[in-house]
Design a protein around this ligand. Structure first.
Ligand code: NAP
Length: 385
């Protein structure tokens, strides 16, 4: 029996993790849960799983649980609560399904506690990859990637020598706007951007997929997770999303991970690792799939991917600035304050005036994030006018 903490249990990944836990009550036991504001979902989950500790990250929303009969569960609030839950002594695995770089401090807390971290929160790695890696090296803690591409890469690498990896090949669906011209992209609405052709996900990652920033963030995540230089990480558009990613070895062999587009497969793998449990989805039929196609990414019409490579190669705190600017731009787009094509404009505006700092210092990363969010806010305001 593995004791599990789910950070972000009310979100898309959080709810799919709950689904896996419910399928295998003899394998998994929930001991901790967190939400941001969604206390209705949290209350229902407390009733169902009787966890030991829960966190409501938003302090105001946490007050709504006061006086309620929740049994003997301990309720905490704020980022300090999240950090404490992320290091909960009774947990075997902490699945970080928070959205945004708010997940960085909990990620570090889990690794400092020497726990197994099932990581969906890619923004942790993008903003603080150097610190995350240093922490996991200090404690020998294990990170099992949940993100389907990284989970695929991890599965291709199991049993191999890391020295023999030639290249990581990340596949991208291309998003809902693949093939559109710049003029057409200027007219896309929030509703269209939220309709991803292959994956059902939370709003932020769905918009990131529509701009291809998601792939850029994943390149940076892959670099830190597998310690491979950016020159040896390639992105290939594969619209069917059946191959989740590939690893090329020095002898020219290429291993690919294939499967249905259902996040419960990688989530379950991280929870059951190193064992495998029966699939939560029907088997894949290659006859039905019929065709697997590949093409180069369109860097001109989807500049966010280009900016991510640029920030990645510039190093230092550029990725943290890129990520924070993107979070602000996506939020402004979702709230209909700016248009789709304004998202890269905001990021460009922040990257152009960023002065890089030491990415191995958490205090500096947090300062850069604050600066990038403020600067992005200024660009957003100027675009609104
Ligand atoms: N969804 C996917 O299929 C998928 C696939 C691969 C990777 N990922 C990655 O997994 C992570 C989660 O994505 P998602 O799609 O599951 O997101 P989501 O549906 O938006 O859920 C996010 C979760 O985090 C909580 N949260 C949001 N803001 C927070 C804050 N400031 N402080 C504390 N908690 C906060 C939310 O709580 P409330 O509900 O209370 O707001 C919710 O539980 C992201 O990093 C994403 O890139 C997702």
């Amino acid at each position: 029996m593995k004791n599990i903490v789910i950070l972000g249990s009310s979100g898309s990944i959080g709810l799919q993790t709950i689904d896996i836990v419910k399928r295998y009550p003899e394998h998994f036991n929930v001991v901790g849960l967190s939400v941001h504001r969604n206390t209705d979902v949290l209350e229902a989950q407390i009733g169902e799983f009787r966890p030991k500790v829960v966190v409501v990250a938003d302090e105001e929303s946490a007050k709504s649980l006061k006086g309620k009969d929740l049994g003997d569960v301990e309720v905490m609030a704020g980022i300090a609560g999240l950090e404490e839950l992320a290091a909960y002594p009774g947990a075997d695995i902490v699945l970080n399904a928070l959205v945004g770089s708010v997940g960085l401090r909990p990620t570090i807390a889990t690794l400092k506690a020497g726990k197994v971290l099932a990581l969906a929160n890619k923004e942790s790695m993008v903003a603080g990859g150097a610190i995350v890696n240093r922490t996991r090296e200090e404690t020998d803690a294990v990170i099992l990637p949940v993100d389907s591409e990284h989970n695929a890469l991890f599965q291709c690498i199991v049993g191999e020598s890391e020295d023999e990896i030639e290249k990581l090949i990340l596949t991208a669906s291309g998003g809902p706007f693949r093939g559109r011209t710049r003029e057409e992209l200027g007219k896309v609405t929030v509703e269209e951007a939220l309709a991803h052709p292959r994956w059902v996900m939370g709003p932020k990652i769905t918009i990131d997929s529509a701009t291809l920033m998601n792939k850029g963030l994943e390149v940076i995540e892959a670099h830190w997770l597998f310690r491979i230089p950016y020159e040896r990480i390639e992105v290939v558009v594969h619209p069917q999303s059946i191959i989740h990613s590939m690893v090329e070895y020095t002898d020219g062999s290429i291993k690919a991970h294939l499967g249905r587009t259902d996040m419960r497969i990688p989530i379950q793998y991280t929870l059951s690792y190193p064992e495998r449990l029966p699939s939560p989805v029907p088997p894949l039929s290659f006859i039905d799939v019929a065709q697997l196609t590949f093409e180069a990414p369109d860097y001109e019409n989807f500049p966010c991917l280009k900016f991510a490579f640029e920030a990645a190669k510039a190093g230092g705190t550029y990725p943290a600035a890129l990520n924070a600017a993107n979070e602000e731009a996506v939020d402004a787009f979702l709230n209909k304050r700016i248009g789709y094509l304004d998202i890269p404009r905001v990021i460009r505006g922040v990257l152009d005036c960023h002065e890089s700092g030491n990415d191995a210092d958490l205090g500096i990363i947090l300062e850069v994030e604050e600066w990038a969010r403020r600067t992005a806010g200024g660009v957003i305001e100027s675009l609104e006018r």
